[in-house]
Design a protein around this ligand. Structure first.
Ligand code: AMP
Length: 149
């Protein structure tokens, strides 16, 4: 049964579709890049959130960014994976939403990003909303709409 089925799209909040923080892979500010790359490769994710030691959201880090950072003029400088930390390479200019924001706010952010991070009013990390979760819900809604007609 679709969450959207009996509710107007605009009445849904991020809370209805988000992946909670305990199920989200993340890295920390002072982790070496090597650790971040390992988490990304093992999980298969293109990017993950970066948190500080108190679980406040600080940014995101992805495979492409890491590979670009260690790319020298002619070859990859693999030793940079252990000398650089996540905080030196992460992206900090990212959209952040609250659980109480609407799914339409999420939809807007997901046009440009494959996932968007959810925080509380104090910046503590609550989870993520992914394109996949939103598209799955929309698909269910479209199909259930068709079967009614
Ligand atoms: P998806 O829409 O499921 O393909 O997810 C898009 C992106 O969101 C992935 O490539 C990851 O960067 C991120 N992502 C999805 N699920 C998780 C998770 N459980 N932990 C960390 N990052 C995730």
């Amino acid at each position: 049964m679709s969450i959207l089925q009996d509710r107007d799209l605009t009445s849904l909040t991020i809370r209805d579709l988000m992946i909670p923080s305990e199920k989200v892979a993340h890295v920390q500010l002072n982790n070496p890049l090597e650790h971040a790359l390992l988490v990304l490769v093992k999980s298969g994710y293109s990017a993950v959130p970066v948190l500080d030691s108190t679980y406040r959201l600080q940014g995101t880090i992805g495979k492409t960014r890491i590979l670009n950072e260690i790319l020298g003029l002619e070859q990859f400088e693999i030793e940079r994976l252990s000398t650089l930390q996540v905080q030196e390479v992460m992206v900090t200019d990212i959209p952040r939403l609250l659980k109480e924001d609407t799914i339409l706010d999420g939809l807007k952010a997901l046009i440009d990003y494959p996932f968007v991070c959810i925080v509380d009013e104090e910046g503590y990390f609550d989870g993520i909303l992914t394109r996949r979760a939103l598209l799955k819900e929309l698909r269910k809604d479209i199909y259930s709409g068709k079967s009614k007609n």
